[in-house]
Design a protein around this ligand. Sequence first.
Ligand code: PHE
Length: 352
Amino acid sequence: MSIAEISDKIKSDFISDKAQVMAEAVPEAVEALRLSYLGKKGKLTAVMEDLRNVSKEDRPAAGKAVNVVRQFIESEIEALKTQAKEWEISAILRQKPIDVTLPVSADVNIGSLHPVTHMRHKLNQVFKQLGFTIYDGPEIDTDFFNFSALNIPDHHPARDMQDTFYLEGSKNLLLRTQTSNIQIHAMLNEKPPLRIIAPGRVFRCDSDMTHTPMFHQIEGFVVDEGITFAHLKGTIDAFLKAIFGSTLATRLRPSFFPFVEPGAEFDVQCGLCHGKGCRTCKNTGWIEIGGCGMIHPNVFENVGYDSSQYSGFAFGFGIDRIAMNRFALPDLRQLFEGDYKFLGNFPVNAEG
Ligand code: PHE
């Protein structure tokens, strides 16, 4: 038989062997087929070696015949390799069938909002409905914005109420101790009328069951002509009822903050005992929420507002404390430990 005839024979053998491999549909069979034709001891390789014994005149034609078959087999093997990958996947699927009717979330953990984030969203929403705009301010600020512009001069005892973190080597740069700094930023940047709430992180050198060195506050303030204490009281009452429920009473108690006059603290009736007194409210029947008051004329003066034309009120409170109360958490510090198991207790739609 001539080389050309042998090559043809190899080609037809290959075609029937390939049909066999296709029928088996086993990925390993493809490699075995490749080796038996193109491998070192493969059928075609042997013919290629025989070419050496062919006479010079016949060699080009014979060589061409072998090459045509070799190219044919090589391209067939390449196609089979792609096919083999599919066989592999089907084999895996056969071993471990996928039940497409199973619920998708069977072993998937869907994240949830952090209780503080959840509470902040809810509070933002309540204040937006009352016509407030959200404003932002810096967490690292100067003494002026955090203290002196807010009518808290140097050596004022009110500075001791809020143990301050100063930036290393600075007496002026500090981590804000209250979101009240945003009152000053907003009043310097904007013109009245203002109706602003400003949520943000604040920092105080303090840590126990009910205090953490970082916590979240919301500052609210309104500046316009003819703003009175009645507007303040109405706003506080409306937002507390929206968050804690409309059946609970709210109250203001006289208090002191240097940047307001008169100043007050505001409370909501304890939702657990409805005012009767229990452990949560330390038998007072009330839960303390935050501070408020009418913006002090000195503050207006510090930002260049005319206090004979404008008046305003401000209030501030901790978001975390409210979350703690609404979710009945014993320890405020849990909120900031990032414990996945703890955070998993607050489903996506948890009601504040
Ligand atoms: N900034 C005060 C605090 O952190 C709260 C407050 C804000 C009081 C606005 C009065 C008016 O305690």
